[in-house]
Design a protein around this ligand. Structure first.
Ligand code: ZN
Length: 326
């Protein structure tokens, strides 16, 4: 008796995938400050927003692959939850390096939330993407978070440098990784019902209406705990509703400090966009998909965010799903 070798999918060729480009509304960072301050102040007791030179993000506590968030700033929405639900499409495997040709950035620094390269990890998993790629150099600080099937706890691991694939869906902020001005938003003690990311997105959405504004970058979470989910391996039975999805996902309350990577966009002009998506990692083994903080009395957020100039929609499905985007 011998087993047939299971053939793994090739990485999809970016040249053959549909790509749509949307020019985003790019107000000044000062204007963004004025627009988001009232909404954040409704949800947090202490709010401070400044425009600062980006700190060196390669340093602790961030450990990112490049220093800053500036130069050819873009948002990239790849794939869709509809490649995961109701059942997985195993052909949807992409590569960070190919996103250079989508945005025209070289070097390119990509951070954000996606599904991990299951052909590498053996199982479906969360991905906190963190890749810098220049003509002859790749720095890969990407982390995966997966579920340990034995005890249903989570496992975080760093990808090897040469593993630059991801799968199914991803929501990235990309730039040349250069230092430059960014928004520094510090919020402490949550007093309202909206989480940090939703507060900012809803404020932008109300003010700018159908003129889509996109922000991406890094969020440090401290002094509390955070509710996250981690996807287990692919479901063998179809997931047809939010209810099915929430039964399938594994939810955890994880300790800070945590670093979140991703973007938010204020309006979807019919591109089946994910409005916001941040994945968390840490140096203490915890991570996952950010939902909200669970200790509002002590929680502290420090975000460094920059405005994106364009949004690229890569491999948009013909039929989107109506759930699975929280
Ligand atoms: Zn996620």
């Amino acid at each position: 008796m011998y087993k047939m070798a299971v053939s793994l999918p090739e990485t999809l060729n970016m040249n053959e995938l549909p790509v749509k480009k949307l020019k985003l509304n790019v107000p000044s960072l000062n204007e963004i400050n004025e627009v988001i301050l009232p909404e954040l102040s409704k949800n947090f007791e202490t709010v401070s927003i400044e425009i600062v030179q980006c700190p060196d993000l390669t340093q602790p506590p961030f450990y990112l692959a490049a220093e800053g968030l500036s130069g050819n700033e873009n948002i990239i929405d790849v794939g869709s939850p509809s490649y995961l639900l109701p059942l997985v499409n195993r052909n949807k495997v992409y590569n960070f390096k190919d996103l250079k040709q989508v945005t025209g950035s070289d070097p390119i620094f990509i951070i954000g939330a996606g599904a991990g390269p299951w052909p590498y990890s053996g199982v479906n998993c969360e991905l906190a993407g963190n890749v810098y790629s220049s003509c002859n150099n790749v720095i890969n600080g990407t982390r995966l978070v997966k579920v340990n099937p034995k005890n249903k706890s989570y496992i975080l691991e760093k990808l090897p440098t040469n593993e630059t694939r991801f799968a199914l869906l991803a929501n990235y902020y990309s730039s040349n990784g250069l230092k430059g001005d960014v928004l520094r938003i510090v919020c402490e003690k949550r007093i309202g019902s909206l989480d940090f990311v939703t507060s900012i997105r809803q404020a932008l959405s109300k003010f700018y209406g159908n003129q889509a504004v996109g922000l991406g970058g890094v969020i440090l979470m401290e002094n509390g705990k955070v509710n996250v989910h981690v996807m287990p391996d692919f479901s063998k039975t179809p997931i047809n509703s939010d209810d099915d999805l929430n039964k399938w996902l594994n939810f955890f309350e994880i300790p800070t400090p945590l670093v979140g990577l991703g973007y938010l966009v204020s309006h979807d002009p019919g591109l089946d966009l994910r409005p916001q998506h941040f994945h968390l990692f840490s140096e203490h083994g915890a991570g996952g998909h950010y939902h909200y903080d669970t200790q509002p009395a002590t929680i502290k957020y420090t975000a460094y965010l920059n405005l994106a100039k364009n949004l690229y929609r890569v491999d948009q499905p013909i039929d989107g799903v109506s759930f699975g985007k929280d």
